[in-house]
Design a binder for this molecule. Structure first.
Ligand code: AMP
Ligand code: ZN
Length: 113
């Protein structure tokens, strides 16, 4: 997609602090961290949300999850962390390119806001 922030991060047209990347996935630091570690894992290919991704390419959805959890491990989040896919308006999604938030380094609360 030409006018998508995360597509542009995936191509390098918009700078980001990239912590891991593979042929199909990029992991970078969230610009507005909500925890000491706050990463975003995205597929390079554009899908609006996790439902669109899982429906179209379950293998890539699995790769996204595997890469997100590997990034948590690499970040040293041995005591736990949270993986979140905000989805759609009620889910609080603000960037319409599927992304897994990986949050850790502090005690998370439940229920989420
Ligand atoms: P969501 O609200 O679930 O769609 O999450 C979007 C996330 O993208 C938010 O946590 C933002 O802080 C983050 N974000 C927005 N712009 C950028 C950017 N240029 N680089 C890194 N993270 C960003
Ligand atoms: Zn995109």
């Amino acid at each position: 997609m030409t006018d998508c922030l995360f597509c542009k991060i995936a191509t390098g047209d918009i700078p980001a602090t990239i912590v891991a990347e593979s042929e199909r996935i990029v992991v970078f630091a969230d610009l507005s961290p909500q925890a000491p570690i706050h990463l975003l894992a995205i597929p390079r290919e554009h899908y609006a949300d996790v439902a669109a991704l899982a429906g179209a390419d379950p293998t890539l959805a699995g790769e996204l999850l595997a890469t997100a959890t590997q990034a948590a491990q690499s970040a040293g989040l041995d005591d736990g962390y949270r993986v979140v896919f905000n989805t759609g308006r009620d889910g609080g999604q603000t960037v319409p390119h599927v992304h897994a938030h990986v949050l850790g380094g502090r005690q998370m609360s439940w229920p989420p806001g």
